[in-house]
Ligand binder design. Sequence first.
Ligand code: ADP
Ligand code: MG
Length: 707
Amino acid sequence: MAMVDLTTPVQFLPKVGEKRARQLEKLGIYRVYDLLTFFPRRYEDWSECVPLFNLEDGKDQSFIATVVNAPRISRFKGKTTIFATLSDGSCSIKAVWFNQPYLEGKIVAGEEYFFHGKVTRDGFQFQVVNPVFDQRQKEETMPSLIQPIYPLTSGLKQGHMRAIVGKALDLAVPLLSEVLPSFFRKEQKLCQIQYAYEKIHRPQNMEELEIARKYLVFEELFLLRAALSVYKREQRKLRVSFPVTAKKEEMEQFQKIVKGLPFELTEDQGKVTHDILSDIAQKYPMNRLVQGDVGSGKTVVAFLSMAACALAGYQSVFMAPTAVLAAQHFATFQKFLKDADIGIDLILGSTTVKEKNAIRKRLATGETKILVGTHAVLSDKNEFPSLALMVTDEQHRFGVKQRATQEERSDHGIHTLVMSATPIPRTLGLVLFGDMDVSVIHSMPKGRIPIKTFRTSSAEDGRVLATIRQEVQKGHQAYIVCPMIDELDESAYEDEEGTLSRQMKEDLESAVKYYEELSSGPLSDMHVGLLHGKMKPKEKDAIMKDFSEGKIDVLISTTVIEVGVDNPNATLMVIRNTERFGLSTLHQLRGRIGRGSLPSACILESDKYEGVAKERIDMMCQTTDGFQLAEKDMLLRGTGDFFGTKQHGIPQLKMANLYRDAECLTVIEKAIDKMFAQDPDLSGVEGRIMMEAFRNHFGDEWQKPSL
Ligand code: ADP
Ligand code: MG
C-alpha cells in the first residue's frame, strides 16, 4: 500500500474501499485526518463487571462468563439465531443473538469472554439479547473496557467504525507532529498530540480520556483563534481602501455637526467614534464591530463616521435589517445633518423604479454621499464611485451570506463597521469576532431611569389596561406586543406571503384580534394602532411615523418592533404570552422603552409561569443588563439560545464547547500574542506546522475559518 498521510482519501485505507468511503462521506469523513477528528459521541464504561448472581433486571450490565456448551444455531426463514448458555461458576445466564450469522464460530465453548448488554429476567433465569463481547485474553492485551460510541450512518455498524478509525490511528498517529507551541503545552500541562489522538479513541480508562480531551479542547480553540488572527492579518495586506482624512476646514465642519447634535456624546460614544476615525484614516480596511446594549446610542457613532467620510469626499452605505428601521434612521440622519451640505438618500425594496433610478444617478455622480436602506443598498445596480465605508446595523439580523456579499462588492477594500446589540461575553467574542476589532459602548446616555419589569397573568388584564390608560393620560405612549413565530423574520412575511404557516396566521390573528377587541372596546377612546410584518412596507412606515409623532397612543404589534425602533416617549410595554418569546427577543423588545428620561415599565403577561418560561420571566424581572441576561441564559442552557448561533456563524466545533470552555480562550489569547511576537509570519518550524494544521483542520478554505 502507498504511503498514507493525513490528507489521503479514506478510500485508500485497508478495509475501506469505495462503498464504505461513500458511507463515511455521509458523516463528513473524506480524509484520514477526518477520521482522527471523528470523535466518539460518548463512551460506555464496561469496567464495572457484575458477578452473575448480582445481575439486575432491565439494566445494561457487563459481566465475565464462560460459554458452557457449543452454541445452538437455528436457521428459520433465512434468519439465523444463536443461543448459548454462559456461566461464571456461581450462576448461569442465557444469551441470544438475532440476525448475526457472522458471529457463528466466534463464540467458542469453554472460552471465557467479556459481555455487555441489556439483561432481562426470563422466567427463573436471566437472559441477555445481542450482547457485545470480547474474548478475555492475557493481561497485557486485555481489550479496553471503555468503549467508544461513534455516530453512525445506515449500513455502517459500530464495529466497522471502530475498525476503520483504528486503522487510521495505527497508520496516521505516528505522523502527527506537535502543533501547539511547546511553551504553551508546558504551561497548560497538556499531553503530547499523539497520546491525545490515540487515547480519545482508545482509552484504557477514564483518566486517560480526560487527559486527551483536555489537550484536544485546547488544540481546537487554539487553532481556530490563531487561524482567525492570521486571516485578519492577511486581509489587511490584501486590499487597499480609501484613507479618510480631514483637512482643517473639514475638521471644523465635523466639529460643527457634533455640536449641532441634540445631545452631548457620552464618553464611550466619543471614544468609539475616535477609534473608528483613526481606523478609516488608514489605507487598509477597517473591520470593526461596535457592541452596545439596546439603547446605548450606537446610531450616532455610525452617523458621525459616515459624516466624516462625506466631508472628506467619500461615500458610505448604512444598511438596516428592516424598512421601518431604515426609514427611521434616515429621518434621524437628516435631522442631524440639518444645515450641513451632505447628500443623503434612502433606498428600500419598495422604492419605485423611477425614484431608484434618480437615486442611482445621484450615487453615480457622487452627489449622494450617504445611502441608507435595507439590503436594497447592496443591489448591483447601485454604483458608487467612491465608496469608503459600509455600516451594517443590527448585524445579528443578517445572515452570514449578506456579510460576505458586502466584502465582495468592490475591488478596493471597504471600511466595514457593524453594530450589534447582542451582548456577547468577551471570551466568546474572541472567537466569534476573531477577525474583527471590537469597540464596546458600556454606559448608557445620562438621565436614563432603569425600566421596571413586572409579571402578570391574563386574569389581571383589567389592571394592565388601567395602567395603559394612566400612561396615556400622562401624554405617554405604550406598546402591546403579541407573539409571532420567533424564527421567521419580517422578510419571511414580505417575500413568501403565500407560504405562511397556519401557526403564523393564528399568531397574526392574535395581534389583529386583540387590536379589534381593544380599539372597539376598552380603549375605544384612544388612538390605537396596529403593526405587523404582513403589512405593506408603506403601511408600516405610515404607522411607525404616526407612532413616533404621537398620533398613536397604543401600538399593538408583533415582534416587528423588536429591532432598533426608537420612540423616547413610549414608556410602557406589555408583552402578551411571554412564554412564547426567547430571552434575547424579550430583551430586545424591552429595549424599545426606557429610551428617554421618563420612567418606564415593562409588563410580562403569561399564564404559563413554569419551567423555562418561568426562569426567563424571573431573569427579565431581575435585571435589564443584557450581558447579565446573556450569561445567565448561557448557564441555564449551556448553548446560548441567546446568541442565535446560526446567524453568528459560530463554527461547528468537534471537541470544544464555546460556552463551557470559554475560560480557556483567555489563556489561549495570551499564548497566541506571544506566538506571533516570536514569529509574526509563522514561517519558523513551529509556525509552518501550525499553518499545515490550519489546512488540515479547516480544509482548503481555511483562510476563512468559521465564516
Ligand atoms: P441603539 O444603541 O440601541 O441603536 P440608539 O442609537 O437608537 O441606540 O439610541 C437610543 C436613544 O438614545 C436615541 O433616542 C438617541 O437619540 C438617544 N441618545 C443617543 N446618544 C445619546 C446621548 N449621548 N445622550 C442622550 N441621548 C442619547
Ligand atoms: Mg440601533
